[in-house]
Design a protein around this ligand. Structure first.
Ligand code: KG4
Ligand code: ZN
Length: 347
């Protein structure tokens, strides 16, 4: 049988990405990151849509050329349908539909969160089904039980902030630019994770909560680390707070990161033990965190579990993961018609 070539487009948030995969093997994965948001301290939806409009044609063009697959040999167009910023999703969605119409090739609507999980099926060494995936991004934190490429069930999720949001909000409180997650990771490498203690929430089942940690960090910083986290009024002056952060940035980052990681991995390991599942994956932007990657692998070694982490380029938003998901949906003839709507929510 000849190869199945999928062209995929991802535009759910602030990365414009295109990829080509040939029967499950990624041939190209191009990502244009939108630098415009850094000055605003977060993603500005309208600016994101406009940047997608600018980037989408060159990104698709480069991804196609790099793959070596001529446009006429593309068998289907996959795109991110949901969830995400609606204006951003519409740009990629309309582009994919136009291509599908022009080439007379099927359209495949892909869920972004499912695609983050299936990024673990990109490498040669794949997890066996069923596996558990901890999906941690800027908008989501989920434990997903994956019984087949298209058989996914969410067994736990955050009841407030997502893990990436917790990283980014903590970074913002420390005066670091957006997105702060990678910077917390960088400073944490040089710091002592046991120096400061932030609370671990008690949430039933496999659900997560990060709002308590966020409040604890806020009070801790306002008190310049001097007073007890919840009890005292804000004792420190602005200058004292700044000085405290400057002097202790690495230890603060390491301690915050340590707590976020322990919240995530304690729930994942509990799920693995209770469900008797031995293959574990992580996915999503926060799975690029070096502390999480290390702690996750160590947890696997200690418990005799097989652990899988996507390559860095497939952790944060990328079209490679949309392409691999599109491939599995193609095998099941799971196509969409051109009227399929983009949706801000889903999964
Ligand atoms: O999956 P993703 O690229 O976009 C969403 O779908 O949200 O995830 C982005 C999130 C941001 O919150 C970012 O700060 C976080 O992933 N992130 C990290 C690291 N790299 C990205 N958080 C902690 N450490 C990192 N190294
Ligand atoms: Zn994502």
């Amino acid at each position: 049988m000849s190869k199945i070539n999928i062209l995929a487009i991802e535009s759910s948030c602030d990365e414009t990405s295109a990829a080509v995969c040939s029967s499950g093997r990624i041939l190209s994965n191009r990502i244009a990151t939108q630098a415009v948001h850094a000055a605003h301290g977060g993603v500005v939806p309208e600016l994101a849509s406009r940047a997608h409009m600018q980037n989408i044609v060159p990104v698709v063009d480069v991804a196609l050329k790099e793959s070596g697959v001529p446009l006429e040999e593309i068998d289907a167009i996959a795109f991110t349908q949901a969830p995400g910023l609606i204006g951003s999703l519409l740009v990629g969605g309309q582009f994919a539909k136009s291509l599908s119409l022009a080439l007379n090739k099927p359209l495949i609507a892909v869920n972004h969160m499912q695609a983050h999980v299936l990024a673990n099926l990109i490498p040669e060494a794949k997890p066996s089904f069923p596996f558990l995936c901890l999906t941690v991004s800027g908008g989501h934190t989920q434990i997903v039980k994956c019984s087949g490429p298209t058989k996914l069930e969410i067994i736990g999720e955050t009841i407030d902030d997502a893990a990436g949001e917790a990283f980014d909000k903590a970074a913002k409180m420390l005066g670091l630019p957006y997105p702060g997650g990678p910077l917390v990771d960088k400073y944490a490498k040089e710091g002592n994770p046991s120096r400061f203690r932030f609370p671990e929430p008690r949430i039933p089942g496999y659900d997560f909560s990060f709002s308590g940690v966020k409040t604890a960090i806020l009070y801790f910083l306002r008190n310049a680390g001097t007073a007890q986290v919840y009890k005292e009024e804000f004792a420190a002056t602005e200058a004292e707070r700044k000085h405290f952060i400057e002097e202790n940035l690495q230890d603060i980052c390491a301690s915050i990161q340590q707590r976020i990681i322990s919240i995530l991995l304690n729930k994942l390991s509990r799920a693995a033990k209770e469900l008797g599942i031995k293959d574990l994956c992580i996915a999503g932007g926060v799975s690029a965190n070096s502390g999480l990657r290390k702690a996750f692998s160590e947890m696997g070694e200690q418990n005799g579990w097989n652990t899988f982490i996507p390559d860095f380029q497939y952790c944060t938003d990328n079209a490679g993961m949309i392409a691999i998901t599109g491939y599995y949906k193609y095998l099941e003839n799971d196509f969409s018609d051109l009227s399929v709507p983009s949706m801000a929510r889903g999964f």
